[in-house]
Design a protein around this ligand. Structure first.
Ligand SMILES: Nc1ncnc2c1ncn2[C@@H]1O[C@H](COP(=O)(O)OP(=O)(O)OP(=O)(O)O)[C@@H](O)[C@H]1O
Length: 381
């Protein structure tokens, strides 16, 4: 088990990790999530004794890493796959690590086979692709057959086959009763791999719970309802019935309705009682990505504008809405300029919700979260 207690790391004026306390238990894959710069790598480095905490402590199996007897046999880690001597072959790189830890050479060939690098074992690693480098890093982590494994972005650069392989490897290691702690920015992958999540933002603990609990705690399930477009009043009739029964109805971009606060059978009954035919009535379960975005949107330091057309809020003043063909009135969302800064949705507002049309004369302009420190304005394309 890994245990952090009041873990804090400051670099000069910058607090990278602040008062983090959590446990990573054996027999499960624990995902470690957080926006860029939130302190994940710093935390992992402190776990491995590579950085000294400013305050608090972190132990593995009850001991600080540096006090563990023959640590490489107890803890395996992949922090930076590029941290290898490029002039050495993959096999020699692993052999040197094995010799330092008193691990027999036969184990080197074993792990080369496990990660699928046996055919290139004698090639210099500086010619390796990103994915091959990751595999070599994972081989190094597995070398001592450790009970505790830490992986920082292990699927970075891997192809789909490699990603599937890492997923199965993590699950297998956990099923053998090992402690598996893995950081990733790939939410879809984490949803498939992790059992438990620890989420941090700006160095502080935001969440420590199972993946299932995390999704339900940070998202709202809803029903998608679609009615025939003709006659047009059906939609309004159903909206009135649902709202009257205490539901909340929001339009979706494709003309469907997003309904919260009412169970699916109740929606069906209300539609039937209003004599409205339904073309769709489906439950929507939030994804890990949606839940994560909701939780972390106010603690993101580095925000890109590449997806500026997605779920945009109207841009800040002095922008004025373009007039319609008749010279006035709201004509739908304004054309999005390709450059410039856009305020993200305010904290606690679902970024996936279809924004309500703003009044033509005074578009609602949310301000950026007061806590945001850095925003990029360059279009990364
Ligand atoms: N050696 C250092 N000196 C000064 N500041 C540092 C140092 N290492 C990390 N930081 C700062 O600490 C903060 C946390 O960085 P860290 O690399 O731990 O974040 P991260 O969550 O791993 O980010 P990413 O997801 O981008 O890898 C950042 O603001 C970073 O600039």
């Amino acid at each position: 088990m890994i245990e952090a207690v009041g873990l804090t790391k400051r670099y000069g004026a910058k607090t990278a990790v602040h008062n983090l306390s959590f446990q990573v238990r054996p027999g499960a894959v624990t995902g470690f999530l957080g926006p860029n710069g939130s302190g994940k790598s710093t935390t992992m480095r402190m776990m491995l004794g590579l950085d000294r905490p400013t305050a608090g402590h972190v132990t593995i199996g009850g001991h600080p890493y540096r006090s563990l007897p023959n640590a490489p046999r107890q803890v395996g880690a992949l922090l930076d796959a590029k941290a290898v001597h490029g002039g050495r072959s993959a096999r020699n790189h692993l052999l040197s690590l094995a010799q330092l830890a008193g691990i027999p050479a036969a184990r080197v060939d074993e792990v080369l086979g496990v990660v699928g690098l046996q055919d290139v074992a004698r090639r210099r690693s500086k010619g390796f692709s990103l994915g091959m480098g990751q595999r070599l890093g994972i081989a190094a982590a597995l070398l001592g057959d450790p009970q505790v494994l830490l992986f920082d972005e292990p699927v970075n650069g891997l192809d789909p086959e490699g990603i599937l392989w890492v997923r199965n490897l993590m699950k297998q290691l956990a099923s053998e009763g090992r402690t598996v702690f893995v950081s990733s920015h790939l939410m879809s992958e984490m949803a498939l791999t992790a059992d438990h999540l620890i989420v941090i933002g700006r160095g502080q603990l935001l969440s420590d719970m199972s993946v299932t609990d995390f999704i339900s705690a940070n998202s709202a399930d809803f029903a998608r309802v679609r009615v025939p477009a003709d006659p047009p009043e059906q939609r309004e009739k159903l909206t009135a019935a649902l709202t009257g029964a205490g539901g909340r109805v929001m339009p979706e971009a494709d003309g469907a309705l997003r309904v919260t606060g009412l169970a699916l059978p109740r929606i069906s009954e209300l539609a039937h009682a209003s004599d409205v035919r339904l073309w769709e009535l489906s439950p929507h379960r939030a994804s890990l990505e949606e839940a994560y975005m909701r939780l972390t949107q106010s603690v993101v330091d580095y925000r890109s504008t590449a997806d500026a057309k997605e779920g945009l809020q109207p841009p800040p003043p002095p922008y004025t809405l373009p007039p319609g063909p008749d010279g006035q009135g709201w004509q739908g969302p304004p054309e999005v300029p390709q450059q410039g800064w856009y305020a993200p949705p305010p904290p606690h507002q679902n970024p996936y919700a279809t924004p309500a049309p703003a009044a033509p004369s005074a578009p609602a302009v949310p301000s950026a979260p007061a806590t945001a420190e850095h925003e990029t304005s360059e279009d990364p394309r």
